[in-house]
Design a protein around this ligand. Structure first.
Ligand code: FO1
Length: 316
């Protein structure tokens, strides 16, 4: 029987593997659930950075240099906003802004975030299901000496400079998984759960914190395979290394494995961290060591196949 794959993703790194999975799996065989804890309202627009990173990656529109937003972007609207004295700490490209306007318009018309995302991705020619983790707003906040900062304030405005004392997900406990996420978790033909190489604390945890998602995953009958976001004992991009240090944890795959705990069956780690494999295996984990940096489409596809094989899924 053909198996269905549920993948959990944040932005940037996760989006690359999401695109790899979409290149090796048929649309009906994959549900991509995306973190919405980074979402916020800005200048009257609803911004969903991780949904957009996954969408742009699957549509081939992503800017690979910057890591977020649309390639070949222009910034005229931003220049006008600046001239008008409006907030300019969060950069909205002209093409990207079209996405935020369309989303905000449809949400204001009463559509759910799932329906809006389905519509926007379909219009961009994406056949695979990209679904938000929940319809309800969940907001990631980072604890600092000055109090709790909303995620984009911490990440973009403050450039992750404040020392983090904790992370919380406002609204997660009372939120329900989106209908497509809940349905994927319950599928009889669910074959594996793949956790993309996103920040476990900032990008994957919000998904696990939604309603009873963690309990549903604990009850799973299939393998959960995570691809580590660490390369050579450091985060490739983003604040994971800094955050781990501030939370008093070593910047190593042992911390990733500890963090996912019993949820994790198999960890895919980078060849630069091959030295971690022995200790990880000694604690009962299955481990695959391979190149995990995804520069090009063939890297994304190869890593997707590695993750699926680790989960016991034939990729043809
Ligand atoms: N990241 C930045 O570092 N600076 C920005 O000005 C910025 C703008 C932005 C606009 C739209 C979008 O979808 C993403 C954007 N990001 C920006 C990235 C975003 O903050 C992060 O990718 C995620 O929230 C973390 O996964």
């Amino acid at each position: 029987m053909k198996k269905h794959i549920l993948a959990l993703s944040g932005g940037v790194g996760g989006a690359k593997l999401a695109a790899g999975l979409a290149s090796v799996l048929a649309p009906e065989d994959l549900t991509l659930v995306v973190n919405t804890g980074d979402d916020f309202e800005h200048l009257g627009l609803t911004i969903c950075p991780d949904i957009d990173s996954v969408t742009y990656a699957l549509a081939g529109l992503n800017d690979t240099e910057r890591g977020w937003g649309v390639k070949d972007e222009t910034w005229q609207a931003m220049a006008m906003l600046r001239a008008l004295g409006e907030a300019d700490w969060f950069n909205l490209g002209d093409r990207d802004m079209g996405m935020h306007i369309a989303r905000s318009w449809r949400l204001r018309g009463g559509d759910t975030l799932s329906a809006v995302t389905a519509r926007l991705t379909r219009e961009l020619g994406i056949a695979h299901a990209i679904v938000p983790m929940s319809e309800a707003p969940v907001r990631t906040q980072v604890g600092t000496a000055e109090g709790w900062l909303d995620f984009q304030r911490y990440f973009v405005a403050e450039q992750c400079r404040p020392v983090a004392t904790g992370v919380r997900f406002e609204g997660a406990a009372s939120a329900a998984p989106s209908p497509a996420f809940a349905a994927a978790l319950e599928r009889d033909d669910l074959g594996a759960i793949i956790v993309c190489p996103s920040n476990p604390y900032l990008s994957v945890d919000p998904i696990l914190a939604v309603g009873d998602v963690r309990e549903a995953l604990e009850r799973r009958k299939v393998s959960l395979v995570a691809v580590s976001p660490l390369v050579g004992g450091a985060s490739l991009k983003g604040p994971l290394g800094k955050l781990l240090g501030e939370l008093g944890k070593p910047v190593s795959n042992a911390s990733i494995a500890d963090h996912y705990g019993d949820l994790l069956d198999h960890l895919v780690i980078d060849e630069a961290d091959a030295g971690d494999a022995g200790d990880l295996r000694a604690r009962g984990l299955s481990v695959t060591v391979c190149p995990t940096v995804m520069w090009h489409a063939d890297d994304r596809e190869r890593l997707a196949r590695v993750a699926l094989i680790a989960a016991g899924i034939e990729t043809g």
